[in-house]
Design a protein around this ligand. Structure first.
Ligand code: EPZ
Length: 422
């Protein structure tokens, strides 16, 4: 297993470019199941999760290839009929695999998708996905760890459905299913994340009739068939946010090229409250860190609130503040695994259920630490950059799920960082 070694304390300066959004690319690539023929998706990050989605489509009978000469583009070829199945050995490595369920049911009237199983940050149920697909006329049974789905009347039928809670992939799964259903579907209490809007834009380009994506009410008028994808994925607002926090660390100054300000308002507001200077520049966002951050209280929430995927990274900045900050994690039930590792680096954090009180310290000190989930591992890298001395981050396969060669992006800023392949 690879690990990342960091010699912390170097002031970081310069520009880093954001890749395409993992959490937009995954549903958009899954949408290729909705139409026979060739699909082109550009600005697709080269990540472990994207490769897993490619393998899932391959298992179903599609081809999934990177375009020679333009590495951020992929071509997917979907046959007339597929093997509508997502096997456990693939699904267990990536929860987003559930995104093939809606398209398979909608286009072929049947699907066999493994239940995702547990996850480090929480139970991650898919009850909302299943409830909504059932409302559209699917018959779903859970057997031997799989969701077995069929559509007795042959085609899903539009309906009105209200999600009990906002779910990003739930909204995406059902939007894709409704795109080929008969009649109108009205979805209430939808997730408003930019990735939902990006998927809707891709589906509309395929010929779907979708209004309201990005708001809590989405209306989909089903069509009989769709044409091929031709889509450029939006920039990754969480990767961008991670680099903004790098720039907000003491005495750093970083320009994040490709970051879209209107995707990051909640984070930018908190960085400014912490004393960072954040300004929009042509083509991106520049951030400069204070000598010492100020304490800031943070409460995660669905978009447009402060993103749960930025909670661990923000905690690193606040661990160095000249006071105490209160962080409340409202989206997932167990998303503080990074706390114990940050304490190994000298942070002072008290966790009580969904609340963490971060008592800022003047400096962190390097140590070996263990990554536990995708965003926690990013936080450990950030902490290593700020800490005095050497930090060794182990199990970086978690990091590679969501960050495209992060060490290659940070090194030009002056970071003393390298990957060691064990
Ligand atoms: C998406 O996960 C993202 N993944 C996650 O990013 C992100 O943390 C999360 O949204 C929240 O923003 C992708 O888009 C591939 P949810 P998702 O359904 O869709 C509960 C990363 O770091 N819930 O919005 O799985 C759920 O347990 C990943 O890239 C139900 O109860 O999240 C959670 O508490 C981590 N029933 C809350 O809703 C359901 O049927 C939000 O989950 C579905 C979800």
């Amino acid at each position: 297993m690879d690990k990342i070694l960091i010699e912390g304390g170097a002031p970081l300066r310069g520009t880093v470019r954001v890749s395409g959004a993992k959490n937009a690319a995954l549903p958009v690539v899954a949408a290729a199941l909705l139409a026979e023929g060739d699909h082109v998706v550009r600005n697709v990050p080269d990540l472990a999760d994207v490769r897993t989605m490619g393998r899932l489509l391959g298992h179903a009978g599609c081809t999934f290839e990177r375009v020679a000469g333009s590495p951020a583009a992929v071509v997917v070829r979907t046959p007339r009929s597929v093997n509508p199945e997502a096997p456990y050995e693939l699904v267990r490595t990536m929860r987003a695999s559930v995104l093939v369920l809606g398209p398979m049911l909608s286009r072929w009237g049947r699907a066999r998708v493994s239940l995702p199983g547990g996850c480090a940050i929480g139970a991650r149920p898919i009850d909302q996905h299943l409830k909504a697909l059932t409302a559209l006329g699917a018959e779903l049974t859970l057997a031997h760890g799989y969701v077995e789905g069929r559509v007795p009347r042959g085609r899903l039928r539009g309906t009105t459905f209200t999600f009990d809670k906002e779910t990003v992939t739930g909204t995406e799964n059902v939007m894709m299913a409704a795109a080929l259903a008969e009649g109108r579907t009205v979805l209430e209490n939808c997730a408003r994340e930019p990735e939902v809007g990006d998927l809707a834009a891709a589906l509309v380009r395929m010929g779907a009739h979708i209004e309201g994506a990005g708001t809590q009410r989405i209306v989909i008028d089903g069509v009989d068939s769709l044409s091929g994808l031709d889509h450029d994925v939006i920039p990754d607002r969480i990767e961008a946010g991670t680099f903004l926090v790098v720039g907000a660390l003491p005495r750093n100054e970083v320009t994040v090229a490709g970051a879209l300000p209107d995707h990051m308002e909640a984070l930018v507001e908190k960085l400014r409250l912490a004393g960072a200077t954040v300004e929009e520049v042509p083509g991106g966002i520049r951030v400069a860190g204070p000598d010492r951050p100020r304490p800031v209280d943070v409460r995660t929430a669905p978009f447009p609130g402060f993103p749960t995927d930025m909670q661990a990274q923000m905690m690193v900045l606040l661990a160095l503040a000249d006071g105490s900050s209160v962080i409340k994690e409202t989206v997932f039930e167990n998303r503080f695994m990074h706390v114990l590792e940050l304490e190994r680096l000298g942070a002072e954090i008290a966790v009580d259920g969904k609340v963490a009180v971060v008592k800022g310290v003047p400096a962190l000190s390097g140590a070996p630490v263990m990554a536990s989930d995708l965003r926690a591992s990013a936080a450990l890298v950030l902490a290593g950059l700020a800490a005095q001395g050497t930090t060794e981050v182990r199990r970086v396969y978690h990091l590679d799920r969501g960050y495209e060669r992060i060490e290659a992006k940070l090194e030009p800023l002056g970071a003393r960082i390298r990957r060691v392949t064990a």
